[in-house]
Design a protein. Sequence first.
Length: 162
Amino acid sequence: MSKNFSVKIMMPVFISMLLLINTGAASWPGKPKVQYKDFMLHSLSGETVTLAQFKGNNPVLLVFFATWCPPCKREVPQLKEMQNKYADRGLKILAIDIDEPNDIVREFVKEKGINYTVLLDEGAQVAEMYDVSGIPTNILFDRDGNVRHAGHALPSNIEDVL
């Protein structure tokens, strides 16, 4: 059995199990410290986006999600509100869909009226690079690329980072 096949089959099962035990904690006690790692992904419109293009200019909130994930769906209104409230202060929200087909993600974005950038992580390579162990996973970087929040809940310290 290929590694890709195993990851594609086991990742949803693993994530679902973690969601069942997720406490909503704002951080990951006992996990290695999350670090800034650049990546290159494509948006739904085909635009190439890198994390590095924002470093030095904008705080960035990475949101790892999937369209089938109930807690991810519950975050959407809050993320839309953050986009409306903080975009003019430089916050970039990059929602990273983990290994779902473009058409499914596109329909989700349309249905939910999502107003922030959605990126496609085909093969879950960026999720693996960031050691995503459950979704939603939210990582907030300040303008210099320092991690200011990492966890399953949305950050409460955005004002401090801005």
